[in-house]
Design a protein around this ligand. Structure first.
Ligand code: ARG
Length: 472
């Protein structure tokens, strides 16, 4: 590696007169962030427009200068959108690139950085970017919820075994299983809104760490950038050192996103199991599966597997961010530049997983006959049998024991539970009446589950209708 300074020519936005030369080439390559923070450009331009507007209001810029700056920033924005902007790695980051190019075109651009530091500028840009991302992700989660509800509605009478310990436990409607995830994603959305609440505060005016001696109008900037509460009152950060040095709002997002990723991973695991020959409950459309390079018969649920796999990096990003912050002295430290790749990766990964899972589930059909066969296993109603005895006055612990004995008897006799005769039942306990085998009527069993939140016939219908209405 060369230690020779890359260039002795001062860039347009210089590092001030303090330095005789630019950084060594390997230092520049090591410290640049333009390769990833360029995507903050839109928000950086918006922040500069608001800052310039305020600078004119307090007399730092003339009206003509403001006009030229706004026009220049707008032109730069259009060039970036058209992929015609000359990004320069030697200008380190998105902030320097945009300001340098503006100043090259508009002399008054040299006044734009008045009372502003890249420290409050980057905090602003990340907040603005994340605010948009939070809203977009919440929208995508809603789409996924809609797909889950619609799949439930299309298979409203399908019953499957519910599992604990991955062992068949009790019957549930397939829709009830899907609605469990709808509930999880609803709490996830709430967490995104919570994060939005704390992200939606304007840090500009905090300067490098200690504000400014210039008479800035921070509230005006906040209003221009829609950092406002529900009553339209501006929200600005209340401590300049806190504002430039903490990234807790990024951590909050990373945590909320990690939970989304974990929920998606669990859903993915269910899908993978259901698509296996052993379960065979669903069929995923070919377009959302892949084949094997060796085994011609294979059809693999890669979308679900990758969703499960990608949750690992999203969890890792959260840990990286927490670790990044934990030892930082006040206030801004260059370490903070490391937040962006973790943040962007989390956002991109979770967005893609939500979207792909929704698309895949939208192209998935349920094999009702296979589900019916699995749900007709009478053992699933062993608990109902215990409840039957409780209703005959037997304490539950004894009822549990008696039904255990019936299950053991049936197993030994090599017969399903519902093939045990009334006489055999009564030999095990006289509490069993002649109507005991009606317990195994699955349809009636599902109708008996009337508690709120239970997988009963009318309750699941109600929940499907509730969600359909909420997601309208
Ligand atoms: N690229 C930097 C970051 O992402 C911007 C702020 C740089 N500030 C500084 N004083 N070097 O954090």
């Amino acid at each position: 590696m060369s230690t020779k300074p890359r260039s002795t020519k001062a860039p347009v936005v210089s590092r001030s007169g303090r330095f005789a030369a630019g950084p060594a080439a390997d230092v520049a390559a090591f410290s640049e962030s333009i390769s990833f923070d360029w995507r903050l450009w839109r928000h950086d331009l918006l922040g500069s427009m608001a800052h310039a507007t305020m600078l004119q209001k307090i007399g730092v810029l003339s009206k003509a200068e403001l006009k030229a700056i706004l026009r220049g920033l707008d032109a730069i924005g259009r060039e970036i959108a058209a992929v015609k902007f000359p990004w320069k790695p030697e200008l380190e980051d998105v902030h320097m690139n945009l300001e340098a190019e503006l100043t090259r075109r508009v002399p008054a651009g040299a006044k734009l950085h008045t009372a502003r530091s890249r420290n409050d500028q980057v905090a602003l840009d990340v907040r603005l970017w994340l605010r948009d991302e939070l809203r977009a992700l919440a929208g995508e989660l809603r789409d996924l919820q809609r797909v889950l509800v619609s799949l439930g509605l299309h298979n409203a009478d399908v019953i499957i075994p519910g599992y604990t310990h991955l062992q068949r436990a009790q019957p549930v409607y397939f829709a009830h299983h899907l609605l469990a995830y709808v509930e999880m994603f609803s709490r996830d959305t709430g967490r995104l809104f919570d994060c939005h609440e704390r992200t939606n505060v304007c840090p500009l005016g905090s300067g490098a760490l200690a504000g400014s001696t210039m008479p800035l109008d921070r509230e005006l900037v906040a209003r221009l950038l829609h950092f406002v509460d529900e009553k339209g009152r501006p929200r600005v950060t209340q401590n300049s050192m806190d504002a430039v040095s903490d990234r807790d709002f990024v951590v909050e997002f990373a945590a909320a996103a990690a939970l989304i990723a974990v929920h998606l991973s669990r859903l993915a695991e269910d899908v993978i199991l259901w698509a296996s020959a052993e379960f065979n409950f669903i069929k995923i459309a070919d377009a959302y599966t892949t084949g094997s390079s060796l085994m011609p018969q294979k059809k693999n649920p890669d979308v679900a597997e990758l969703t499960r796999g990608k949750s690992a990096r999203v969890i890792g990003n959260l840990v990286s961010l927490l670790t990044l912050l934990k030892g930082l002295p006040m206030t801004y430290n260059r370490d903070l530049q490391e937040d962006k790749e973790r943040l962007f990766d989390t956002a991109d990964t979770v967005r893609a997983c939500v979207r792909l899972m929704a698309a895949m589930l939208n192209h998935t059909t349920v094999k009702a006959d296979v589900c019916r066969a699995a749900a007709s296993d009478p053992q699933l109603l062993a608990t109902d049998l215990a409840d039957y005895l409780v209703k005959q006055g037997l304490p539950f612990r004894q009822a549990h024991h008696v039904v255990g004995a019936v299950v053991a008897f049936a197993e030994k006799a090599g017969r399903p539970l519902n093939q045990v005769s009334v006489a055999e039942f009564q030999k095990i306990s006289p509490k069993f009446g002649p109507d005991v085998r009606t317990v195994f009527d699955l349809k009636r069993a599902m109708q008996r589950r009337t508690l709120t939140g239970a997988p009963g016939t009318s309750e699941v219908k109600k929940q499907l209708a509730r969600w359909k209405n909420l997601l309208r």
